[in-house]
Ligand binder design. Structure first.
Ligand SMILES: Nc1ncnc2c1ncn2[C@@H]1O[C@H](COP(=O)(O)OP(=O)(O)OP(=O)(O)O)[C@@H](O)[C@H]1O
Ligand SMILES: [Mg+2]
Length: 199
């Protein structure tokens, strides 16, 4: 039975996609069967795996709308054991499309949980927001990995994210664990500078 891990932080540019793509590719090299789901309309994970976003016709949008079966949305990548459900800029409209649906937070879970029979790991690259797309990813996941850029303002948004995770655990997904906080873009020159300033 596979594990679903969301890579999430509503702050932009903190290394979510870089983490998602590299983690997914590394697990693939370790001979795990991996599916990466691009849940960001920017489609950086899709292009990062060498797929021309302009050619994407079906992907995470259809996954969330349940208009195409999940297995038909999967594309093989050049990386060993790594498949992807791609995104397209149209995914931006999904928040509006889902808003009237009764099961709006559960659309990804319903479509993706059966794929745990097929994959060892399903990694979801989230968008920099706490909107319905990210709520769907967190509701579908077994755990969330939070990349945090090593800079002061990163901590200000963290409280909001942790509160969101707590309310998802309470309302939608009591199985959701925090896999960890991953510090990214550490710059050793800053430590050197701090030492100099203290002198
Ligand atoms: N460890 C790192 N060291 C240096 N640069 C990095 C590192 N990780 C990511 N970057 C760079 O930082 C930028 C933002 O990274 P990335 O796109 O992974 O962030 P993101 O959180 O997915 O962004 P968004 O919120 O827009 O989706 C990219 O240009 C990426 O190449
Ligand atoms: Mg990204």
């Amino acid at each position: 039975m596979g594990k679903i891990i969301a890579i999430a932080n509503q702050k932009g540019g903190v290394g979510k996609t870089t983490t998602a793509v590299n983690l997914a590719a590394s697990l693939g090299v370790l001979e795990k069967k991996v599916l990466l789901i691009d849940a960001d309309p920017q489609a950086n994970a899709t292009s990062g795996l060498g797929i021309d976003v302009e050619t994407v016709e079906n992907g995470t949008y259809q996954l969330l709308e349940h208009t195409v079966p999940a297995l038909e949305l999967i594309i093989k990548t050049d990386s060993p054991n790594l498949d992807i459900i791609p995104a397209h800029i149209d995914l931006v409209a999904i928040e509006i499309e889902l808003v009237d649906k009764d099961q709006r937070e559960y659309m990804m879970r319903e479509a993706v949980v059966p794929l745990k029979e097929v994959y060892d790991y399903i990694i979801i690259d989230c968008a920099p927001s706490l909107g319905l797309l990210t709520l769907n990813a967190l509701t579908a996941s077994d755990s969330v990995l939070i990349p945090i850029q090593c800079e002061y303002f990163a901590l200000e948004g963290l409280g909001k994210l942790l509160n969101t995770i707590k309310s998802i655990q309470k309302i939608h997904n009591d199985q959701l664990d925090i896999e960890g906080l991953l510090l990214t873009m550490y710059d050793s020159r800053l430590r050197f500078l701090t030492k100099l300033l203290k002198k």
